[in-house]
Write a protein that binds this ligand. Sequence first.
Ligand code: FAD
Length: 464
Amino acid sequence: MYDILIVGASTTGCWFAHKMASQGFKVLVIEKEEPHNVSRAYDVFHMSRPEMEQFDLIIPDPDDPIRAFSFADSPMLSPYGNHPKASSGGPETIGLHKHDYIMLMADRAKAAGAEIIYGASFTDLIFDEKGKVVGGKYKTADGETQARAKLVADCSGIPSVARTKLPDTSVVDNLKLTEKDILFVVLYYVEYLNKDLDPRSLDGFFLQYKSWSAPSGNPNGAILGIGAFYGYDYAEEVFNSEFTKNSPFPEYKIEKIEKGMTPYHRSVYSFVDDGFIAMGDAAFLTKPTCGEGCTSSLVQGEIAVEVISKLLKEGKALSKDNMWSINKRYMKAQGKDFDSMRPLLMGIIAPSCDEAEYLFANDIIFSQKILGNVDSGFELNAKDIADILKGVLTGISKKDLRPSTIGKIAKGLVGSMKIGNHYDAYPDSPYEFYKWKSKADKLWKEIGSVADTCDPAILKKIGR
Ligand SMILES: Cc1cc2nc3c(=O)[nH]c(=O)nc-3n(C[C@H](O)[C@H](O)[C@H](O)COP(=O)(O)OP(=O)(O)OC[C@H]3O[C@@H](n4cnc5c(N)ncnc54)[C@H](O)[C@@H]3O)c2cc1C
């Protein structure tokens, strides 16, 4: 009998395994891939140094081959590549080779006592007669077997192989993500032909196209990346027909192209049920601006480690009642900020490129205060709102802004406030949950999805 069965040995699964095993708990991790195949979709990912320190992640030395590069945080840019708005503080961001880094995390978990079985594909949950999760079944080359555990942690990413096996009556959503809830990311590793150029001077994030230029590890190159809903073909179309046309980059050759998927969906409302927890991408804990999730997942992870360790040490059941504080504390720590950002972003990407350029240039909505702090949270005061209103009215009177665009931005702001207020009232126990959930469902139905803002002409062009 294990204390914890973890499904998936990528960043979230290995981190959780290390944290729990190092306190002496009996941990089994099952991973469907063989070690050499774990996390091969894309090569380099990055995390900021303060986040790595916060979550006790290993920071490889600058000359360690796992480390690809490091850079200071890059700014948000207008659709035509102007008016940079830098994030406050601009922490050091460290690029790492993802497969190798995950193997390092796995070694640390194993050294702490966790057992990891590779080539072991989860197939189903095991329930007791009361419907409590008591373990999982998995297949290896030798056939199907099972492991009993006090807690099953789904860390299997987008497929969410364990969470989706929960019954409809569970407080944890068993939904499967659709093509409207996933960012399909295409990474173009480019090398500039002009060797005297400083590629870092071109780095930045373009919210309008969900595109960016970032270091690739090649001092004369960059990753030009783009994320989009519906599929890689939609992303490629926006990259070629809008992004690189409106904000042309100096001549380059493409060295390689990588593709990968990341969730873009509000987090599940409840992470826990009796004997069960959803974590990482399986619980949709990615940042609403860029879809990165390795560290944002660990905000919930840290709370989970604290609550679950205490319960195990006290010999108490890992029931949804006993673990409910994980939900409540996460919503306060990050969930409210992330999920109230989603409707706001829908409003923010509503302007045309020319309108957005105007707003960037005049520091209205696309302001240093808002864009410089999107992932760290910010409060708008009465003066900020008055300044936004004044700027918007001036823009409308000068015909630089359409009233309909402002209507969409206002709708985003209102949606954001409603979600924020509702998440502030997250229930203290599972007993009030269904009432809260029903209102949350209603709000999200009114708000819709960011994918609803996709360009119908592009959808038609790619045959959807
Ligand atoms: C192109 C791209 C670039 C990104 N860059 C960054 C970045 O720079 N920084 C950042 O923070 N985030 C980034 N992200 C997001 C990041 O990749 C994810 O948020 C993160 O990997 C989530 O980790 P996870 O452990 O929760 O899930 P995953 O990494 O998806 O891992 C899930 C694991 O579960 C295993 N699994 C699946 N099914 C089964 C099964 N049936 N049985 C057993 N095991 C199973 C999988 O093989 C996998 O190893 C990027 C995403 C993409 C697509």
